[in-house]
Design a protein around this ligand. Sequence first.
Ligand code: ZN
Ligand code: CA
Length: 251
Amino acid sequence: RGGTIRLPVVVHVVHNGEAVGVGNNISDLQVLSQIDVLNEDYRRIPGSRGFGAGVDTNIEFYLAKEDPNCNPTNGIMRYRRSELPNGGASIDSDIKPKTFWDSSRYLNMWVVNIGGGILGYATFPGTAPAEEDGVVMIPSAFGSNDAPGVFIGGVYNLGRTTTHEVGHYLGLFHTFQGCTGAGDSVADTPPQAQPNYGCPSTPPDTCSGGDDDLIENYMDYSDDVCMDMFTAGQNARMQAVLSGLRSSLAS
Ligand code: ZN
Ligand code: CA
């Protein structure tokens, strides 16, 4: 499909009873900063941190203006975890089914502590029941420390975890699927044996005979500051999903 594709997003903030803007109950500004990063990264906006040697995917994101009942909304929902079924113990079984918005019409994002050192996870197209479909990120890896009034520490503080998880949601595999076989099923990403972390000044070459690892790709595990691109082949995969399994989402 051609032209700009706009995806409506609902962000479900799951907190522990903190005031808005404190701890897990992240501020509206922090949520907005994440939407900005998605647009900078997927549109390859000149001058932004997402302006690498990649492609403009023409995919854009906006906070939903109408909820599933056609009532006005700012696209940000807030819940106290202990008030969700089973105390919100399981994100997939207790939190998602109670809070999701029609996943054929909205990209559902949950911001919640996952635990186990996990920054985020996503459902691939066509793999999850409707009430579990979407992306999940931890509060300290959602939004951008670049934005005025937003303060996030660490090396995953520029919003690239969500860029990465939405890549999965739109059908992308990691770039590090191994040196043989189909790899990530994208022809213009070099084969890569294992994830890269940090931001190495010389890119490693984990599969011999081809190019160096593409550590700046959003689908590696590099630090946020190190990532700035999707390839044309990755964009083609995402476009195929947006004209196929996820076509009902796009306008
Ligand atoms: Zn991943
Ligand atoms: Ca290589």
